[in-house]
Design a protein around this ligand. Structure first.
Ligand code: SF4
Length: 411
């Protein structure tokens, strides 16, 4: 009930009238536990029908959270002489440098907030960057909440933890104890582990789930190194998921048919309300076009689709705009799915963001995955497929379905 009321307060300007109506309709307070359970179910179902609010155009232009600059760099002992550390450090000449024993000493709850507050003369909150080496296993089997695109050997790697963008629905907020950016410099160890796997079978690797690697390329240059490695290993396919608008990488690099850039696109009102500091829809589409023109495979991701106010109108106009701007016959495929998240991560997100409607929405808990009601998910699915199949074959549309995937999720 508390969850339903939290969301109601954020999403319905007439929440008091609605509560008064419930009190009358259900003769609250209810007589016993059984009646209470039934009434709660009805109230939850009613609240789930209230779509996520979107900012008006004027609110959107005022909101725009800006990037938090890197003001402090923490490095594991002995790493400062690493060539990749030197290259990264040269991009942040003003940052305060500290040595740490192990990245986990700094990447913990409370460490970032207390230490990276702005100093005199700085505006806004600074951000901590941690440079480290990752030990142990570096490649993990792909998570069931993610699309495998039919690839049997589906893995992901977390070479950078956390993102410069600030999407309100991002699972990283629930997964990590700190919002410091952690960059692991030992690429060679990732390459060695991949080579061992590639001896046994092909590998499909998602490299950019826990960050936006392309958005950090100007100071990491990691993708340049990956591009070389991918070209030398034809049995390896790598997906880079991104919202980045930069096109420098495509201008400078020769394409690899196995380096896929997966552009996450959202309607502009959704992006401005819930994807803080991420590039506009128009600039993401321009970047996707630049990648395709250069010969890089491009995947379009309509994921997560949010159940927002006027969703049919908003997503309908959005899909029309995407199909007018991008030649869908040239994209590799399309990935789509409604918002879903591990319930454990959602609990953390709700604690951190009590004012976020997307975190506070009373999702259904389907075997450990927080998701929308199946009827709503199916309606959104049908809407998307009907629109998209005018321009792209159904076999190229990969839709993530809760009913088929939730039982594989560990929480
Ligand atoms: S761009 Fe992706 S990784 Fe970055 S904050 Fe948004 S959802 Fe998270």
């Amino acid at each position: 009930m508390r969850q339903a009321l939290s969301y109601l307060a954020l999403s319905d300007s007439h929440s008091d009238e609605r509560i008064t109506a419930w009190e009358r309709r259900y003769a609250l307070p209810c007589a016993d536990r059984r009646a209470g359970k039934e009434i709660l179910g009805r109230i939850e179902a009613e609240v789930r029908e209230i779509p996520l609010p979107l900012l008006s155009t004027s609110e959107q232009s005022q909101r725009g959270k800006s990037f938090r600059p890197v003001t402090r760099i923490q490095m594991e002992q002995g790493i400062s002489n690493h060539p990749r550390a030197k290259r990264i450090l040269s991009h942040f000449p003003g940052a305060k440098i500290q040595e740490i024993r192990h990245y986990k000493d700094a990447f913990r709850r409370g460490a970032d907030q207390s230490d990276s507050a702005p100093e005199a003369g700085e505006t806004g909150q600074g951000r901590t960057l941690i440079l480290a080496e990752k030990k142990g296993t570096l490649l993990y089997p792909g998570a069931p909440v993610c699309q495998s695109f039919g690839n049997r050997y589906f893995y992901y790697a977390s070479q950078i933890m956390n993102c410069i963008y600030d999407c309100e629905y991002c699972f990283l907020k629930g997964m990590y104890p700190s919002d410091a950016l952690v960059v692991f410099l030992n690429l060679e160890d990732y390459f060695a582990e991949l080579e061992a796997l590639l001896k046994a079978h092909p590998v499909y690797l998602c490299l950019s789930y826990d960050t936006d690697l392309l958005a950090l390329e100007s100071w990491t240059s990691f993708l340049r190194e990956w591009n070389v490695f991918i070209k030398e290993h034809p049995a390896l396919s790598v997906e880079i998921r991104t919202k980045c608008a930069a096109t420098g990488f495509f201008e400078e690099q020769s394409p690899s048919e196995n380096l896929i850039f997966a552009y996450t696109l959202s309607p502009e009102p959704v992006a401005r309300t819930y994807e803080h500091s991420a590039p506009t829809l128009a600039s993401r589409m321009a970047a996707a076009n630049a990648a395709m023109k250069k010969g890089f495979p491009v995947r379009l991701c309509f994921d997560p689709v949010l159940y927002c106010a006027d969703w049919k109108k908003i997503y309908g106009a959005f899909l029309d705009e995407v199909m007018e701007t991008l030649d869908l016959s040239c994209v590799k495929d399309v990935s789509a799915g409604v918002f879903r998240i591990s319930h454990g991560y959602l609990r953390q997100m709700r604690k951190k963001a009590p004012e976020s409607a997307v975190a506070q929405y009373p999702y259904r808990n389907e075997r450990g995955v927080a998701c929308y009601d199946p009827g709503l998910e199916e309606e959104i699915h049908r809407f998307f497929v009907e629109k998209l199949t005018k321009k792209i074959g159904n076999e190229k549309i990969f839709w993530w379905k809760s009913q088929e995937n939730c039982d594989k999720v560990e929480t």
